[in-house]
Ligand binder design. Structure first.
Ligand code: PHE
Length: 353
């Protein structure tokens, strides 16, 4: 019966060894040592052939039990070690709560919105009120009531986006009822004067559209701020003083401005105001088309014909009006070399403002 004793001894050794293993590799080494081809259990079973036929079944039965006990112990230990290894890996890869968090950058207004708010603020300080009008406009307000004759070139479908089909075929549409995307904020002058009686002081920010190809100084869609003042006894001097004040507020005293005689159908006399180019400081560059100056607004005294459309007595009331391009103001203030940067949505650019 020494074989049975050997088997029991091997079982005891094996279970003790398995309990001591600390990782899957040493557990596998233990399995080979006891159950492998050259293992101790296999060695004992080799002696089975020398036994008598009476002894053999009892020894065979014990050896099976020992093998099963060892195998069960290995499986149990394996599951335990695998669990422990997983737990260790998890704690090693856990979130490091001492790391700085991921910042969510706060949003901000687009530069065009910022400047619009600033200009509106300056005029609010002068007592102006904000008015708005539709971007999809009637030709009546955009052109006719602003004293544009039916043949005026700005009415052409090559210059203006028409919504109605008639306008799309050129000047054959109805100069009154054609529907278009407004080409300037000036139609709001007419809409305001239909609703309000003088004294009127309004500032009108808004989006406008022209059939231009985008280039460094043009966009087919841009923003204007219109101003209109109507009262008794207003002069061109009031207009000039107002715009000088605004230019100083917007650009600072180191930038020069100039008034240049110009023509607009709805103002008489008219002028364009230029600000000196901050990119080339007057020497001429691509942005200012080599003139050293950049046009930022058109202005003038309200043409009496416009008052005729809104039933205001031109013998009694006088007015001045102006319209400035917001993108141009932005470009001038921050020396932006290409207006297209304002609509490309590149946050590396926009975040600077
Ligand atoms: N509406 C003109 C333009 O877009 C600007 C302007 C406004 C001129 C008011 C005179 C008076 O060019």
């Amino acid at each position: 019966m020494t074989l049975i004793e050997d088997l029991k001894r091997i079982e005891g050794e094996a279970l003790a060894r398995i309990a001591q293993t600390e990782d899957l590799a040493s557990l596998d080494a233990a399995r080979v040592e006891f159950l492998g081809k050259k293992g101790s259990l296999t060695g004992v079973l080799r002696g089975l052939g020398a036994l008598s036929t009476e002894e053999r079944p009892a020894v065979g039965k014990v050896s099976n039990e020992v093998r099963q006990a060892i195998e069960a112990a290995i499986e149990e230990r394996k599951a335990m070690l695998a669990q422990a290894e997983l737990a260790e890996r998890m704690s090693a890869g856990a979130v490091d709560v001492t790391l700085p968090g991921r910042k969510r950058l706060p949003g901000r207004a687009h530069l065009i919105s910022q400047i619009t708010a600033e200009v509106v603020d300056i005029f609010a300080g002068l007592g102006y009120q904000v008015a708005e009008g539709p971007e999809v406009e009637l030709a009546h307000y955009n052109f006719t009531a602003l004293n544009h004759p039916p043949t005026h070139p700005a009415r052409a479908a090559t210059d203006t986006f028409y919504v109605s089909d008639a306008g799309g075929s050129g000047r054959e549409g109805d100069p009154e009822s054609d529907v278009l995307l407004r080409t300037h904020t000036s139609p709001v002058q007419v809409r305001v004067l239909e609703q309000q009686k003088p004294p009127v002081y309004v500032i009108v920010p808004g989006r406008v559209y022209r059939r231009d190809i985008a280039d460094p100084s043009h966009l087919p869609q841009f923003h204007q701020i219109e101003g209109l003042a109507v009262e008794e006894g207003i002069t061109f001097g009031d207009l000039k003083g107002t715009l000088d004040h605004v230019c100083r507020e917007l650009f600072g005293r180191d930038r020069k401005t100039r008034f240049r005689p110009h023509f607009f159908p709805f103002t008489e006399p008219s002028a364009e105001v230029d600000v000196s180019c901050g990119i080339c400081v007057g020497s001429g560059c691509r942005f200012c088309k080599n003139t050293g100056w950049l046009e930022i607004l058109g202005c003038g005294m309200v043409d009496p014909n416009v008052f005729g459309y809104v039933d205001i007595d031109p013998e009694r009331h006088v007015g001045f009006a102006f319209g400035m391009g917001v993108e141009r103001i932005a470009a001038l203030r921050y020396d932006i070399p290409d207006l297209r940067m304002l609509v490309e949505g590149d946050m590396r650019f926009l975040r600077q403002f």
